[in-house]
Design a protein around this ligand. Structure first.
Ligand SMILES: Nc1ncnc2c1ncn2[C@@H]1O[C@H](COP(=O)(O)OP(=O)(O)O)[C@@H](O)[C@H]1O
Ligand SMILES: [Mg+2]
Length: 241
């Protein structure tokens, strides 16, 4: 059984068909790359999976359970975490406080039942991202690279089974991108399944076991990274963009 499955997922906004009958399967422990030109529907797919918008039609199945239409907090408590394309750290809170929020609102089975445990968990995640020294800094003082790490630490603090990363490499310099690739590999080694929306092709190619390509809301290709990038439909979608 796949960990997460989409069945004919359609999402429309007024007349816009952001997603049209998308089928996908994500196996436990894999890194799946999700690519496609701007406006293809990638972020909308994350929004449908995480309950920001219910699908107009179709189903999202997680561990065999139909979770379509569940609210975001319920989906988070089941073990699905994400980051945002436009980073959403909470202003006015410190780095540590941002990550603590993840610990308190995360996966039901591993949610800490006291403050000391939550602090310990958040500390581990900050250390994992190598930003423990920033714990007391206000998030608004951080660089983009550091804020992206805070978002990942917050997502990991929910103790997810699956992590959806929306363009975590955008806006990073080459050194930070190298570091981020290493972080994503280590996340998978922790037994967390990863779905990666990413425009940085070298990074997607290196990290992904499999890649799904969407274009104008439809899946146009799926397979091993080297097959997908040589697929004429994919090349055309990108050249036409
Ligand atoms: N909340 C919304 N309201 C109206 N249109 C939306 C909304 N969210 C996404 N869209 C539209 O859906 C399409 C896909 O957007 P998006 O999922 O953000 O693409 P991507 O992440 O692949 O760049 C775009 O045409 C976008 O304008
Ligand atoms: Mg997007």
């Amino acid at each position: 059984m796949p960990l997460l499955e989409g069945k004919r997922i359609t999402r429309t906004f007024g007349g816009v068909e952001a997603l049209l009958r998308i089928d996908f399967k994500i196996q436990e422990d894999e890194i799946l790359g999700l690519i496609g030109p701007n406006g293809a529907g990638k972020t909308t797919l994350f929004n449908v999976i995480t309950g920001v918008y219910p699908p107009t039609e179709g189903q999202v199945i997680y561990k065999g359970e139909d979770i379509s239409g569940y609210k975001p907090d319920r989906i988070s408590s089941l073990g699905i975490a994400r980051t945002y394309q436009l980073v959403r750290t909470f202003r006015g809170l410190s780095v540590l406080e941002n990550v603590l929020l993840g610990a308190f609102y995360g996966s039901e089975i591993s949610r800490p039942n006291n403050n000391a445990l939550a602090l310990q968990q958040a500390g581990e995640d900050l250390d994992f991202l190598r930003i423990l020294e920033l714990a007391d800094d206000p998030v608004e003082n951080l660089t983009m690279g550091a804020r992206k790490k805070v978002e990942i630490a917050r997502a990991l603090a929910t103790r997810p089974k699956i992590l959806l990363l929306d363009e975590v490499m955008a806006g990073l310099n080459p050194t930070e991108i190298e570091e981020m690739i290493g972080i994503i590999q280590k996340i998978r080694e922790r037994g967390i399944t990863v779905v990666l929306i990413e425009h940085h092709m070298q990074a997607v190619m290196n990290l992904s076991d499999r890649i799904v390509v969407i274009h104008y809301g439809q899946k146009i290709a799926e397979g091993a990274p080297e097959d997908v990038v040589n697929n004429p439909k994919v090349i055309e979608a990108y050249l036409g963009d």
